[in-house]
Design a protein around this ligand. Structure first.
Ligand code: PLP
Length: 393
């Protein structure tokens, strides 16, 4: 790969390895192990394996390596480790570097499973976690202290779409010597400049936009070569959260089209947000691409887009939200996002059901809130479907 290749070229050619057959499309190496020519070669490889020498698929695999290199090339990260799911990536990035006595500062607006790791699992092993309003840099300043090991947040939060200042938090964290770990799913790899803006580690659920067609689970941890090889890899390869070669192959092909897909989905999200604003049934349309979003300016500077997801707050609470969901014909009710199919989710009763009412209120997860992930359908068809469902309430 050439250093001056632009993102779309990197997405098509980055990381490619060809077998002796010189295939055009990347080969799927559906193998768990590799044969050694001699006993001496096996011994040497266990002692120190080179970048294209493989031992066991839990440690690495040629198809998985192609995926890792391609994502790293897009993100501008030195290295990457592919994981079985987005949650394996979040867990692996955090647990591989934390130990009892460490302190973590995290934004409170998090995906339910991320919150479970921070609230339930880390404290069990003696890690202290302080939660802050991630959009308020003063709260980060007050919470970070000498000895804070990690600052963790979603750069755009799920489902309320708060945008967090990556450069701002990084500066505060780095002054205390803390590592900044960003869950960047909603920003997407297409609009991310997180590492350039100061993040040390970026994690993705590849299940979302990288697959983008709702087929497989996957995740990836990106960072310096030192962090990925010395901290993440030993933890992941010995605890079993590695990505399967089949999923890596699907996701590798997903990367080839992610730029086109995500830009089209974000354009639809922007158009729908603008056209739905002011509808009688809606208390609020939340989308970082709208001028009235509290972090609109930051979102433009940080991502150059509002992303592919918007949130609608229906005036009539849960009853209205359910009526709306049940009246949709094109948009499906499900809980993935970033998919080619537009998906509507009622966070309060599904993805964020586990939270207490107090937590939900604090995070803005109202009974009327519906998260809408924009797909690749025709924008006018989607608008008609959504407007029709809103009108029917
Ligand atoms: C979906 C999601 C995850 C978890 O990813 P999986 O692939 O489902 O394990 C983590 N963080 C965010 C922000 C997500 O949206």
């Amino acid at each position: 790969m050439k250093d001056n290749w632009k993102p779309r070229t990197r997405l098509v050619h980055g990381g490619t390895r060809r077998s002796q057959y010189n295939e055009v499309s990347e080969a799927m190496f559906l193998t768990q192990g590799f044969v050694y020519d001699t006993a001496e070669q096996a011994e040497a490889r266990f002692l120190q394996s080179g970048p294209d020498e493989f031992i066991y698929a839990r440690y690495g695999n040629p198809t998985v390596a192609m995926f890792e290199e391609r994502v790293a090339a897009l993100e501008g990260a030195e290295d990457a480790f592919a994981t079985a799911s987005g949650m394996a990536a979040v867990n692996g990035a955090l647990v591989s570097m934390l130990r009892a006595g460490d302190h973590v500062v995290a934004a409170q607006a998090l995906f339910g499973s991320c919150l479970y790791i921070l609230e339930e699992i880390l404290p069990r092993y003696g890690v202290e976690v302080t939660f802050v309003d991630g959009t308020d840099l003063d709260q980060w300043r007050a919470a970070v202290r000498p000895g804070t090991k990690v600052c963790f947040y979603e750069s755009v939060s799920n489902p309320t779409l708060e945008v967090i200042d990556i450069a701002g938090v990084s500066e505060i964290a780095h002054r205390a010597g803390a590592t900044v770990v960003v869950d960047n799913v909603f920003a997407t790899p297409v609009y991310s400049n997180a590492i350039a803006q100061g993040a040390d580690v970026v994690v993705y659920s590849a299940t979302k936009h990288i697959d983008g067609q709702g087929r497989v689970l996957g995740g990836v941890i990106l960072g310096t070569q030192e962090f990925i090889r010395k901290t993440v890899e030993p933890y992941m390869k010995h605890t079993g959260g590695s990505m399967s070669p089949f999923n890596a192959w699907v996701l590798l092909k997903g990367l080839e089209t992610i730029d086109l897909r995500v830009r089209a989905q974000a354009a639809t999200a922007q158009a729908l947000a603008e056209r739905l604003q002011g509808h009688d049934a809606l208390a609020r349309v939340m989308y970082p691409g709208l001028a009235d979003h509290p972090q609109h300016t930051l979102a433009q500077a940080q991502m150059g887009s509002g992303g592919t997801v918007l949130a609608l707050d229906l005036k009539g609470g849960q009853a209205a939200a359910f009526k709306f969901l049940n009246a949709l014909h094109i948009v499906v009710i499900s809980n993935n996002l970033g998919d080619a199919k537009s998906i509507a989710t009622h966070p309060a009763t599904t993805t964020h059901q586990r939270l207490s009412d107090v937590q939900k209120t604090q995070l803005g997860i109202t009974p009327g809130l519906v998260r809408l992930s924009c797909g690749l359908e025709d924008t006018d068809d989607l608008l008609a479907d959504i407007q029709g469902a809103l009108d029917s309430i």
